[in-house]
Design a protein around this ligand. Structure first.
Ligand SMILES: N[C@@H](CCC(=O)N[C@@H](CS)C(=O)NCC(=O)O)C(=O)O
Length: 206
């Protein structure tokens, strides 16, 4: 099985889950600028969407869409509790947060801010919106250590990526409950290992 990811892109979340659960998956870096895999293949030949993440199964089938890929990765090692049972309140909250990060934070805020060619007014609007959304998450994190309760889940891996990007871009001044949460993420060896590995690959594969 292969996992196609690009350094510091949203595929970071799956990288964390793969490391944390020691999943036997081959990591395949992709340059999104060149749209090329590390073997020099056109990324389009792997996935016509040309977006990360892509999970490729041993039979050649591929799966895309971060929120879904994360759930599938979590189900490969359920003992880690990265995705509580969907029928449980924590499981439902995990899905709710996954969707929030994908739609409200990733595509609504981060995508316009970090995509070249987006009009300045749209970027300014996205930055204001980002501040509002982060303030909302911070308030929720004053009740629980992680998004969906007391345990780290796939939603935290995805939101952790959003926070990392926001920090790298100087778009968030770390403080309060969100800063405490960020500190909890940094206590996770897999989170740190994924960050260090992707920083190292960044210049070659951005
Ligand atoms: N709907 C996709 C979007 C994934 C996505 O936007 N990936 C970005 C990196 S964070 C990407 O591949 N960008 C390159 C592009 O859109 O051409 C998902 O949720 O997985």
């Amino acid at each position: 099985m292969d996992y196609f990811f690009s350094p510091m892109a949203c595929s970071f979340a799956g990288h964390v889950i793969i490391l944390e659960a020691s999943l036997p998956i081959k990591m395949q870096p992709v340059s999104l600028l060149r749209k090329q895999t590390s073997d020099g293949l056109a990324f389009e030949t792997i996935s016509t969407k040309s977006q990360v993440p892509v999970l490729r199964f041993d039979d050649g089938r591929i799966l895309t869409e971060n929120s879904v890929v994360l759930q599938v990765l979590a189900e490969m090692a359920p003992e880690f509790g990265h995705l509580p049972a969907r029928s449980s309140p924590n499981g439902q909250a995990t899905l709710e947060w996954l969707n929030f990060v994908a739609s409200e934070l990733h595509k609504h805020c981060l995508y316009p801010i970090f995509t070249k060619g987006v009009p300045a007014e749209v970027q300014a609007w996205a930055k204001v919106n980002l501040g509002t959304k982060l303030a909302f998450v911070s308030k929720r994190l004053s009740h629980t250590p992680y998004l969906a309760g007391n345990a780290f889940s796939v939603a935290d891996a995805y939101f952790g990526w959003a926070l990392m990007l926001t920090l790298r871009g100087g778009l968030w001044e770390p403080k309060g409950d969100l800063l405490a949460y960020w500190g909890r993420l940094l206590e996770r060896p897999a989170f740190i290992a994924a960050m260090e590995n992707e920083e190292e690959l960044f210049n070659q594969f951005a």
